[in-house]
Ligand binder design. Structure first.
Ligand code: PLP
Length: 534
């Protein structure tokens, strides 16, 4: 992968240093001369502060500077376009006032992979029907009176879709992980988690009481090293064997755009006999020829993964999460999972959305539409990623990932990039420390089947302009792969020419920089996507 020049890394560190030093200087004088602004952060009348000045230093002194780039209020459907409710701040982002106007922007920020975030079409109609028939709520947890025929139907559909004997739905994706782990593992068990796993996995793992170990992100060798160590050592102090070892991964990582290396993990599983949990929040619906997630993508039999978890918030345009696995596991979850016993059951309109989106993907309703959505997403993801690489941007992640992080590095480039995009009426998410490592602030594009090629071309030309001004084109373009061979030229012929040129002392002449200009990217992009990367 291309790396930015050291100069950019150095200036990134220096930027943070300056921000931190300035912040402390402001705090030092502020506490003395503007005491009233710090009162809530200090102990008073014998009460400890709930929020200390040290705890929220990052929020006050770093995030606040660029707060207008985050949590922008929106209205309407987060589809191909998203409507921002305009706001302004007169006190450096401390408070915002709504201006009373709205701005329609191209939406590159929502997890609307298959474009099911819609207020019209077959899914919206099904939701309307469900509200008429069932109302808005079951007004009860699942275990009491909260299991309707809709719940049973959706659970069957999900189980069939992901290829597992049984499934169970939850009213919240975060809550699915937060409450599933304590029901699956406990004291004497070991959870081995990818270091970049989502907060919901960490939260659930901690609640479970199991020991937790982490391996380097997507590093199968590191996982094997860890497995050998923990299996040979057993539980701490007693050295008894672990009751269970549960390895937890995500199918597609939402900050990195990286995909888990499922075939290698499955090979390890066969060797070391651990249980495998894969969180498909971002991969179900978005990956694989049939949209059934990472197993579908890699052609791995779903029986190789013990538990497939996913959320219904993203590809299905609904809400909630699911766990799919063997019947015995699901039965156990139904009886021991605190989220389902004590929490509200998923609501009828949400279930209708899930059911109709799933039927649409499988072709049961609106035949052909599901397939088209999958193909559009696959094309859009590759087209945008390859275009950005060809233009010279450093992007992270897998070539087929619909999540495309574009590296900005310097913290000051986050607001600059976000503002420039907004000027061009494009909404993007910018992410920095602590959600990413200190030096790798990024903008994140979420591609959707709802986007057209024109939308992506508009984004590419905006990136091209902004990237030149902000000096973001660090890559040689090599990551986009070598130029496709002209028609009639084979790899062998090219090799022979290169060898010949070398013999003639002309070797350098053959090397063409693979970076493309914007007009080339727009003209040749579609063809480029179809060619295998060289
Ligand atoms: C990997 C992963 N798991 C779980 C969740 C939680 O899902 P939800 O937002 O539907 O609560 C997310 C959310 O983004 C996620 O990325």
């Amino acid at each position: 992968m291309d790396e930015p020049p050291y100069y950019y890394l150095l200036t990134t560190y220096i930027s943070y240093l300056i921000l931190i030093v300035f912040g402390h200087v402001r705090d030092f004088f502020g506490k003395r001369f503007r005491e009233e602004h710090y009162r809530h952060l200090q102990a008073m009348d014998g009460y400890a502060p709930l929020n200390s000045d040290f705890d929220n230093f990052y929020v006050r002194r770093l995030k606040m500077r660029i707060n207008d780039c985050f949590s922008r209020p929106v209205t309407g459907v987060p589809g191909r376009y998203i409507t921002l409710v305009d706001r302004k701040s007169d006190d450096h982002n401390l408070h915002f006032q709504l201006t009373g106007t709205t701005t329609e922007t191209l939406n590159m920020s929502s997890y609307n992979y298959l474009g099911f975030a819609q207020s019209e079409g077959p899914c919206a109609d099904a939701v309307e029907e469900a509200v008429k028939k069932y109302g808005m709520t079951t007004a009860s947890p699942r275990g009491d009176a909260g299991t309707s025929d809709l719940h049973v139907e959706v659970e069957d559909l999900i189980a069939k879709f992901v290829g597992k004997p049984a499934a169970m739905v939850f009213s919240m994706g975060f809550g699915t992980n937060a409450t599933a782990f304590p029901a699956l593992v406990g004291k004497g068990c070991l959870i081995i988690s990818d270091e970049l796993n989502h907060a919901s996995i960490r939260f659930g793992a901690r609640l479970s009481g199991a020991m937790i170990e982490m391996f380097k992100h997507n590093d199968v060798k590191d996982l094997e090293r860890l497995l050998r160590e923990v299996i040979s050592q057993g539980q701490p102090r007693t050295h008894r064997p672990w009751k269970k070892i549960l390895v937890v991964l995500e199918g597609l990582y939402s900050m990195e755009g990286s995909m888990c290396n499922l075939p290698s993990i499955v090979a390890l599983k066969r060797k070391y006999k651990f249980n495998l949990f894969v969180d498909e929040a971002h991969s179900v619906g978005a990956l694989g020829p049939k949209g059934r997630g990472v197993c579908d993508y890699f052609g791995v039999d779903t029986s190789e993964v013990d538990i497939l978890m996913g959320t219904l918030t993203k590809s299905f345009g609904a809400n909630g999460g699911y766990i799919a696995g063997d019947k015995a596991i699901i039965e156990k979850l139904r009886t021991t999972n605190a989220g389902t016993i004590f929490g509200e059951s998923p609501t009828p309109p949400v279930l209708a959305q899930i059911s109709s989106a799933l039927r649409c993907i499988t072709g049961e309703i609106s035949p052909g539409q599901g397939e088209e959505r999958l193909q559009r997403l696959a094309f859009n993801s590759r087209y945008l990623r390859l275009g950005l690489k060809r233009l010279g941007f450093i992007v992270y992640g897998h070539d087929d990932s619909p999540i495309i992080p574009l590296l900005l590095y310097n913290p000051a480039k986050m607001p600059a990039f976000s503002h420039e995009m907004l000027k061009r009426k494009i909404s993007v998410v910018v992410v920095g420390y602590p959600a990413t490592p200190l030096v790798s602030s990024r903008a994140r594009f979420c591609v959707s089947a709802a986007h057209t090629k024109d939308d992506l071309d508009r984004l590419l030309s905006a990136c091209d302009e902004i990237g030149s001004v902000l000096q973001l084109k660090f890559s040689s373009g090599v990551a986009g792969g070598a130029e496709p061979l002209p028609e009639g030229v084979t790899l062998e012929m090219e090799k022979e020419w290169k060898r010949q040129e070398k013999l003639d002392g002309q070797g350098q002449m053959m090397v063409q920089p693979p970076r493309w200009r914007l007009n080339e990217v727009l003209k040749r992009g579609v063809q480029d996507v179809k060619m295998p990367l060289r």
